[in-house]
Design a binder for this molecule. Structure first.
Ligand SMILES: NC(=O)c1ccc[n+]([C@@H]2O[C@H](COP(=O)([O-])OP(=O)(O)OC[C@H]3O[C@@H](n4cnc5c(N)ncnc54)[C@H](O)[C@@H]3O)[C@@H](O)[C@H]2O)c1
Length: 380
Protein backbone atom coordinates (compact mmCIF):
# COMPACT_ATOMS: atom_id res chain seq x y z
CA UNK A 1 0.00 0.00 0.00
CA UNK A 2 1.31 3.43 -0.91
CA UNK A 3 2.24 5.48 2.09
CA UNK A 4 0.54 8.80 2.77
CA UNK A 5 2.96 11.67 2.45
CA UNK A 6 3.11 13.98 5.45
CA UNK A 7 4.68 17.30 4.52
CA UNK A 8 6.63 18.77 7.42
CA UNK A 9 8.04 22.23 8.08
CA UNK A 10 10.44 22.54 11.00
CA UNK A 11 10.92 25.95 12.58
CA UNK A 12 14.35 26.19 14.18
CA UNK A 13 17.61 24.74 12.99
CA UNK A 14 19.57 24.55 16.22
CA UNK A 15 19.96 21.70 18.71
CA UNK A 16 16.34 20.56 18.48
CA UNK A 17 15.97 21.31 14.77
CA UNK A 18 18.70 18.70 14.27
CA UNK A 19 17.15 16.08 16.58
CA UNK A 20 13.74 16.48 14.90
CA UNK A 21 15.12 16.39 11.34
CA UNK A 22 17.02 13.25 12.21
CA UNK A 23 13.91 11.76 13.85
CA UNK A 24 11.66 12.29 10.84
CA UNK A 25 14.32 10.88 8.52
CA UNK A 26 14.97 7.78 10.62
CA UNK A 27 11.49 6.92 11.93
CA UNK A 28 10.15 5.39 8.68
CA UNK A 29 13.34 3.35 8.25
CA UNK A 30 12.96 1.58 11.58
CA UNK A 31 9.20 1.60 12.22
CA UNK A 32 6.41 0.33 9.98
CA UNK A 33 4.38 3.49 9.46
CA UNK A 34 1.48 4.38 7.19
CA UNK A 35 2.87 7.89 6.71
CA UNK A 36 5.99 8.95 4.92
CA UNK A 37 7.42 12.13 6.47
CA UNK A 38 8.62 14.59 3.83
CA UNK A 39 11.03 17.32 4.90
CA UNK A 40 9.40 20.14 2.93
CA UNK A 41 10.85 23.23 4.57
CA UNK A 42 13.00 24.48 7.40
CA UNK A 43 12.95 27.99 8.85
CA UNK A 44 15.61 29.66 10.97
CA UNK A 45 16.18 33.29 11.83
CA UNK A 46 18.88 33.59 9.23
CA UNK A 47 18.28 32.84 5.51
CA UNK A 48 21.79 31.56 4.79
CA UNK A 49 21.73 29.34 7.91
CA UNK A 50 18.35 27.96 6.86
CA UNK A 51 19.57 27.20 3.33
CA UNK A 52 22.68 25.44 4.66
CA UNK A 53 20.56 23.46 7.11
CA UNK A 54 18.14 22.48 4.34
CA UNK A 55 20.97 21.27 2.12
CA UNK A 56 22.56 19.27 4.93
CA UNK A 57 19.40 17.54 6.11
CA UNK A 58 17.63 17.15 2.76
CA UNK A 59 14.80 19.70 3.08
CA UNK A 60 13.20 20.75 -0.20
CA UNK A 61 13.17 24.47 0.73
CA UNK A 62 14.18 26.99 3.39
CA UNK A 63 12.78 30.19 4.87
CA UNK A 64 13.62 32.90 7.35
CA UNK A 65 10.02 33.98 7.99
CA UNK A 66 7.89 31.24 9.56
CA UNK A 67 4.65 33.02 8.53
CA UNK A 68 5.34 32.08 4.92
CA UNK A 69 5.25 28.41 5.92
CA UNK A 70 1.88 28.83 7.61
CA UNK A 71 0.51 30.24 4.33
CA UNK A 72 1.82 27.34 2.24
CA UNK A 73 -0.85 24.86 1.20
CA UNK A 74 1.70 22.08 0.72
CA UNK A 75 2.64 21.92 4.43
CA UNK A 76 0.65 19.55 6.68
CA UNK A 77 2.60 19.77 9.92
CA UNK A 78 4.38 22.66 11.62
CA UNK A 79 7.05 21.45 14.03
CA UNK A 80 8.25 24.16 16.43
CA UNK A 81 11.89 23.80 17.50
CA UNK A 82 12.66 27.47 18.13
CA UNK A 83 13.08 29.38 21.43
CA UNK A 84 10.24 29.49 23.93
CA UNK A 85 9.01 33.03 23.12
CA UNK A 86 8.10 31.89 19.60
CA UNK A 87 6.05 28.80 20.55
CA UNK A 88 2.63 30.36 21.22
CA UNK A 89 2.47 32.69 18.23
CA UNK A 90 3.58 29.99 15.78
CA UNK A 91 1.40 27.23 17.26
CA UNK A 92 -1.72 29.38 17.31
CA UNK A 93 -1.20 30.56 13.72
CA UNK A 94 -0.47 27.01 12.55
CA UNK A 95 -3.58 25.59 14.22
CA UNK A 96 -5.75 28.39 12.81
CA UNK A 97 -4.45 27.44 9.35
CA UNK A 98 -5.55 23.84 9.99
CA UNK A 99 -2.05 22.41 10.31
CA UNK A 100 -0.95 19.71 12.73
CA UNK A 101 1.39 21.15 15.36
CA UNK A 102 4.28 19.64 17.22
CA UNK A 103 6.09 21.86 19.70
CA UNK A 104 9.20 21.73 21.80
CA UNK A 105 8.97 22.03 25.55
CA UNK A 106 8.11 24.00 27.58
CA UNK A 107 4.83 24.47 25.74
CA UNK A 108 4.53 28.14 26.76
CA UNK A 109 6.55 30.53 28.92
CA UNK A 110 3.73 30.47 31.47
CA UNK A 111 0.66 28.32 32.02
CA UNK A 112 -1.52 31.20 30.81
CA UNK A 113 0.40 31.27 27.52
CA UNK A 114 0.21 27.48 27.24
CA UNK A 115 -3.57 27.60 27.79
CA UNK A 116 -3.97 29.77 24.69
CA UNK A 117 -2.06 27.15 22.71
CA UNK A 118 -4.19 24.28 24.02
CA UNK A 119 -7.33 26.25 23.16
CA UNK A 120 -6.05 26.88 19.61
CA UNK A 121 -5.26 23.25 18.75
CA UNK A 122 -8.44 21.96 20.38
CA UNK A 123 -10.60 24.53 18.58
CA UNK A 124 -9.00 23.62 15.25
CA UNK A 125 -9.11 19.89 16.14
CA UNK A 126 -5.61 19.38 14.77
CA UNK A 127 -3.27 16.60 15.93
CA UNK A 128 -0.69 17.98 18.36
CA UNK A 129 2.17 16.85 20.53
CA UNK A 130 4.93 18.25 22.77
CA UNK A 131 8.47 16.86 22.56
CA UNK A 132 8.94 15.63 26.12
CA UNK A 133 11.33 13.06 24.73
CA UNK A 134 12.49 11.43 27.98
CA UNK A 135 9.25 9.43 28.15
CA UNK A 136 10.61 7.51 25.19
CA UNK A 137 13.94 6.41 26.61
CA UNK A 138 13.29 2.64 26.57
CA UNK A 139 14.35 2.30 30.24
CA UNK A 140 11.91 5.08 31.27
CA UNK A 141 9.10 3.56 29.19
CA UNK A 142 9.92 0.26 30.89
CA UNK A 143 9.64 1.97 34.31
CA UNK A 144 6.15 3.14 33.29
CA UNK A 145 5.17 -0.44 32.38
CA UNK A 146 6.45 -1.83 35.69
CA UNK A 147 4.58 0.83 37.67
CA UNK A 148 1.37 0.31 35.69
CA UNK A 149 1.61 -3.44 36.28
CA UNK A 150 1.57 -2.68 40.02
CA UNK A 151 5.00 -4.21 40.59
CA UNK A 152 6.13 -1.42 42.92
CA UNK A 153 2.96 -1.51 45.01
CA UNK A 154 2.03 1.66 46.82
CA UNK A 155 4.40 4.50 45.91
CA UNK A 156 6.00 6.44 48.79
CA UNK A 157 8.66 8.62 47.15
CA UNK A 158 9.45 10.20 43.78
CA UNK A 159 12.84 11.91 43.48
CA UNK A 160 14.29 13.65 40.44
CA UNK A 161 17.11 16.02 39.64
CA UNK A 162 18.55 17.62 36.52
CA UNK A 163 21.99 19.15 37.02
CA UNK A 164 24.18 21.18 34.67
CA UNK A 165 27.15 23.55 35.16
CA UNK A 166 27.35 25.78 32.08
CA UNK A 167 26.31 29.21 33.49
CA UNK A 168 28.62 29.46 36.52
CA UNK A 169 30.87 32.08 34.89
CA UNK A 170 29.57 35.64 35.22
CA UNK A 171 30.92 36.22 31.69
CA UNK A 172 28.16 34.08 30.11
CA UNK A 173 25.82 36.67 28.54
CA UNK A 174 22.05 36.65 28.68
CA UNK A 175 19.99 36.74 25.48
CA UNK A 176 21.18 36.14 21.95
CA UNK A 177 22.08 33.00 20.08
CA UNK A 178 22.92 30.10 22.34
CA UNK A 179 22.26 32.04 25.55
CA UNK A 180 18.59 32.97 25.07
CA UNK A 181 17.82 30.59 27.98
CA UNK A 182 19.20 33.24 30.37
CA UNK A 183 16.83 35.96 29.11
CA UNK A 184 13.50 35.72 30.97
CA UNK A 185 11.62 37.47 28.15
CA UNK A 186 12.58 34.71 25.76
CA UNK A 187 12.77 31.69 28.06
CA UNK A 188 9.94 32.51 30.47
CA UNK A 189 11.81 31.11 33.44
CA UNK A 190 15.22 29.60 34.09
CA UNK A 191 15.85 26.00 35.09
CA UNK A 192 12.25 25.62 36.32
CA UNK A 193 10.76 25.75 32.80
CA UNK A 194 13.85 24.34 31.10
CA UNK A 195 15.14 21.40 33.17
CA UNK A 196 12.54 20.82 35.89
CA UNK A 197 9.84 20.75 33.20
CA UNK A 198 11.38 17.50 31.92
CA UNK A 199 11.49 16.04 35.45
CA UNK A 200 7.88 17.08 36.06
CA UNK A 201 6.55 15.70 32.78
CA UNK A 202 8.13 12.31 33.46
CA UNK A 203 6.90 12.38 37.07
CA UNK A 204 3.30 13.15 36.10
CA UNK A 205 3.44 10.36 33.55
CA UNK A 206 4.94 7.80 35.92
CA UNK A 207 3.37 8.77 39.23
CA UNK A 208 0.20 10.77 38.43
CA UNK A 209 -0.83 14.30 39.32
CA UNK A 210 0.82 16.68 41.77
CA UNK A 211 -1.54 18.35 44.27
CA UNK A 212 0.73 20.93 45.95
CA UNK A 213 4.31 22.20 46.00
CA UNK A 214 6.67 24.32 48.04
CA UNK A 215 9.74 25.60 46.26
CA UNK A 216 12.82 27.79 46.43
CA UNK A 217 14.76 29.39 43.61
CA UNK A 218 17.98 31.39 43.44
CA UNK A 219 19.69 33.59 40.88
CA UNK A 220 23.38 33.37 41.74
CA UNK A 221 24.68 35.82 39.15
CA UNK A 222 22.43 38.86 39.46
CA UNK A 223 23.65 40.91 36.48
CA UNK A 224 24.82 39.83 33.06
CA UNK A 225 25.62 41.57 29.82
CA UNK A 226 22.83 41.19 27.24
CA UNK A 227 24.16 39.66 24.02
CA UNK A 228 21.81 41.73 21.82
CA UNK A 229 22.12 45.18 23.43
CA UNK A 230 25.57 44.95 25.03
CA UNK A 231 24.03 46.50 28.18
CA UNK A 232 24.49 44.92 31.59
CA UNK A 233 21.05 44.11 32.96
CA UNK A 234 19.41 42.32 35.86
CA UNK A 235 19.10 38.56 35.40
CA UNK A 236 15.47 37.57 35.84
CA UNK A 237 15.65 33.82 35.40
CA UNK A 238 16.11 31.27 38.18
CA UNK A 239 19.58 29.69 38.08
CA UNK A 240 18.58 26.94 40.52
CA UNK A 241 15.18 25.64 41.56
CA UNK A 242 14.06 22.97 43.98
CA UNK A 243 10.74 21.91 45.35
CA UNK A 244 8.91 19.45 47.53
CA UNK A 245 5.59 18.08 46.37
CA UNK A 246 2.63 16.04 47.43
CA UNK A 247 1.34 13.74 44.71
CA UNK A 248 -2.36 12.93 44.50
CA UNK A 249 -1.57 9.25 45.19
CA UNK A 250 -0.20 10.21 48.63
CA UNK A 251 3.49 9.97 47.78
CA UNK A 252 6.05 12.71 48.44
CA UNK A 253 8.22 14.24 45.72
CA UNK A 254 11.62 15.94 45.81
CA UNK A 255 12.89 17.79 42.72
CA UNK A 256 16.04 19.82 42.00
CA UNK A 257 17.50 21.54 38.94
CA UNK A 258 20.48 23.84 38.57
CA UNK A 259 23.06 25.06 36.07
CA UNK A 260 25.59 25.52 38.90
CA UNK A 261 26.50 21.92 39.79
CA UNK A 262 30.15 21.93 38.78
CA UNK A 263 31.05 18.71 37.01
CA UNK A 264 27.55 17.82 35.86
CA UNK A 265 26.54 18.36 32.23
CA UNK A 266 23.09 16.78 31.96
CA UNK A 267 22.61 14.65 35.06
CA UNK A 268 18.94 13.79 34.94
CA UNK A 269 18.14 11.06 37.45
CA UNK A 270 14.90 9.77 38.84
CA UNK A 271 14.09 7.34 41.63
CA UNK A 272 10.78 5.86 42.73
CA UNK A 273 10.38 3.97 45.98
CA UNK A 274 7.37 1.71 46.35
CA UNK A 275 6.22 -0.71 49.00
CA UNK A 276 7.48 -3.73 47.06
CA UNK A 277 10.21 -2.38 44.79
CA UNK A 278 12.26 0.64 43.74
CA UNK A 279 13.44 2.01 40.41
CA UNK A 280 16.40 4.27 39.64
CA UNK A 281 17.36 5.73 36.25
CA UNK A 282 20.20 8.01 35.17
CA UNK A 283 20.41 9.81 31.82
CA UNK A 284 24.20 9.35 31.75
CA UNK A 285 23.57 5.60 31.67
CA UNK A 286 20.26 5.78 29.85
CA UNK A 287 20.12 2.22 28.61
CA UNK A 288 20.11 0.83 32.15
CA UNK A 289 17.23 0.52 34.59
CA UNK A 290 18.18 -0.07 38.21
CA UNK A 291 15.62 -2.30 39.93
CA UNK A 292 15.34 -3.45 43.53
CA UNK A 293 12.67 -6.01 44.39
CA UNK A 294 12.01 -6.75 48.04
CA UNK A 295 10.31 -10.02 47.04
CA UNK A 296 13.63 -11.50 45.86
CA UNK A 297 15.14 -14.26 47.98
CA UNK A 298 16.69 -12.57 51.04
CA UNK A 299 20.27 -13.75 50.62
CA UNK A 300 20.47 -12.54 47.04
CA UNK A 301 18.32 -9.45 47.37
CA UNK A 302 19.97 -6.36 45.88
CA UNK A 303 19.86 -3.74 43.15
CA UNK A 304 19.83 -5.18 39.62
CA UNK A 305 21.15 -3.18 36.72
CA UNK A 306 19.01 -4.27 33.79
CA UNK A 307 20.51 -3.59 30.35
CA UNK A 308 17.46 -2.42 28.40
CA UNK A 309 18.53 -3.76 25.03
CA UNK A 310 16.53 -6.94 24.52
CA UNK A 311 13.79 -7.25 21.91
CA UNK A 312 11.20 -7.62 24.68
CA UNK A 313 12.12 -4.19 26.08
CA UNK A 314 10.13 -1.15 24.87
CA UNK A 315 11.09 0.03 21.35
CA UNK A 316 14.17 -2.24 21.24
CA UNK A 317 12.82 -4.78 18.76
CA UNK A 318 13.09 -1.98 16.18
CA UNK A 319 16.83 -1.60 16.66
CA UNK A 320 19.87 -3.85 16.69
CA UNK A 321 20.47 -7.22 18.34
CA UNK A 322 20.22 -7.80 22.12
CA UNK A 323 23.09 -6.23 24.04
CA UNK A 324 23.62 -3.31 21.65
CA UNK A 325 22.42 -0.05 23.08
CA UNK A 326 20.86 3.04 21.54
CA UNK A 327 21.13 6.68 22.65
CA UNK A 328 19.67 10.14 23.11
CA UNK A 329 18.65 10.79 19.50
CA UNK A 330 16.52 7.65 19.47
CA UNK A 331 14.10 9.15 21.99
CA UNK A 332 13.11 11.68 19.32
CA UNK A 333 12.88 8.97 16.65
CA UNK A 334 10.52 7.04 18.95
CA UNK A 335 8.44 10.14 19.53
CA UNK A 336 8.16 10.92 15.81
CA UNK A 337 7.22 7.27 15.13
CA UNK A 338 4.59 7.29 17.90
CA UNK A 339 3.11 10.55 16.62
CA UNK A 340 2.81 9.13 13.09
CA UNK A 341 1.37 5.84 14.41
CA UNK A 342 -1.16 7.89 16.41
CA UNK A 343 -2.26 9.66 13.22
CA UNK A 344 -2.88 6.32 11.56
CA UNK A 345 -4.69 4.71 14.50
CA UNK A 346 -6.68 7.78 15.52
CA UNK A 347 -5.35 7.37 19.09
CA UNK A 348 -3.20 10.47 19.61
CA UNK A 349 0.20 9.79 21.12
CA UNK A 350 0.99 11.63 24.34
CA UNK A 351 1.93 14.13 25.55
CA UNK A 352 -0.57 16.27 23.71
CA UNK A 353 -0.64 20.05 24.30
CA UNK A 354 -3.27 19.43 26.97
CA UNK A 355 -1.09 16.81 28.69
CA UNK A 356 1.85 19.24 28.65
CA UNK A 357 -0.29 21.99 30.20
CA UNK A 358 -0.26 19.95 33.43
CA UNK A 359 3.51 20.48 33.64
CA UNK A 360 3.03 24.23 33.19
CA UNK A 361 0.62 24.31 36.12
CA UNK A 362 3.30 22.69 38.28
CA UNK A 363 6.11 25.00 37.15
CA UNK A 364 3.88 28.05 37.70
CA UNK A 365 3.06 26.83 41.22
CA UNK A 366 6.76 26.23 42.00
CA UNK A 367 7.68 29.77 40.93
CA UNK A 368 4.72 31.17 42.87
CA UNK A 369 5.76 29.27 45.98
CA UNK A 370 9.37 30.45 45.63
CA UNK A 371 8.02 34.01 45.90
CA UNK A 372 5.37 33.43 48.57
CA UNK A 373 7.38 31.05 50.76
CA UNK A 374 4.17 29.03 51.14
CA UNK A 375 2.87 25.68 49.93
CA UNK A 376 0.88 26.36 46.76
CA UNK A 377 -1.96 24.29 45.31
CA UNK A 378 -1.35 23.12 41.75
CA UNK A 379 -4.10 23.80 39.22
CA UNK A 380 -5.27 20.64 37.57
N1 LIG B 1 13.29 18.14 24.40
C1 LIG B 1 14.50 18.51 24.82
O1 LIG B 1 15.19 17.74 25.48
C2 LIG B 1 15.02 19.89 24.49
C3 LIG B 1 16.41 20.12 24.50
C4 LIG B 1 16.86 21.39 24.12
C5 LIG B 1 15.97 22.38 23.79
N2 LIG B 1 14.62 22.12 23.83
C6 LIG B 1 13.64 23.17 23.47
O2 LIG B 1 13.71 23.34 22.05
C7 LIG B 1 13.53 24.70 21.68
C8 LIG B 1 14.74 25.16 20.87
O3 LIG B 1 15.91 25.00 21.65
P1 LIG B 1 17.35 24.75 20.94
O4 LIG B 1 18.26 24.28 22.02
O5 LIG B 1 17.20 23.93 19.73
O6 LIG B 1 17.72 26.25 20.55
P2 LIG B 1 18.89 26.73 19.60
O7 LIG B 1 19.29 28.06 20.13
O8 LIG B 1 19.93 25.66 19.43
O9 LIG B 1 18.17 26.88 18.18
C9 LIG B 1 17.14 27.77 17.99
C10 LIG B 1 16.81 27.85 16.51
O10 LIG B 1 15.61 28.61 16.38
C11 LIG B 1 15.79 29.56 15.33
N3 LIG B 1 14.91 30.70 15.59
C12 LIG B 1 14.95 31.57 16.62
N4 LIG B 1 13.95 32.48 16.50
C13 LIG B 1 13.29 32.17 15.36
C14 LIG B 1 12.21 32.75 14.67
N5 LIG B 1 11.60 33.82 15.15
N6 LIG B 1 11.83 32.18 13.52
C15 LIG B 1 12.45 31.09 13.02
N7 LIG B 1 13.49 30.49 13.62
C16 LIG B 1 13.92 31.03 14.78
C17 LIG B 1 17.24 29.92 15.39
O11 LIG B 1 17.65 30.49 14.14
C18 LIG B 1 17.87 28.55 15.68
O12 LIG B 1 18.05 27.84 14.47
C19 LIG B 1 13.34 25.44 23.01
O13 LIG B 1 11.98 25.63 23.25
C20 LIG B 1 13.95 24.52 24.06
O14 LIG B 1 13.38 24.68 25.35
C21 LIG B 1 14.14 20.90 24.18
Amino acid sequence: MAKKKLNIAIIGGGFMGRTHSNAFRQAPEFFALDHEPVLKAVCTRNAKGAADFAANWGFESSESDWRKLIDRKDIDLIDIASPNDTHAEIAIAAAAAGKMVMCEKPLGRTAAEAETMVAAVEKAKVPNMVWYNYRRVPAVTMAKQLIDEGRLGKIFHYRAKFLQDWTISADVPQGGRGTWRLDANVAGSGVTGDLLAHCIDTALWLNGGIASVTGATETFVKQRKHADTGETAEVKIDDASMFLSRFKNGSLGLFEATRYARGHKALYTLEINGEKASIFWDLHDLHRLQWFDHRDEGQLRGWRSVHITDGEHPYMSHWWVPGLQIGYEHTFIHQAADFLAGLASGKPASPTFRDALATEYVTDAVLKSAKSGQWETVRN
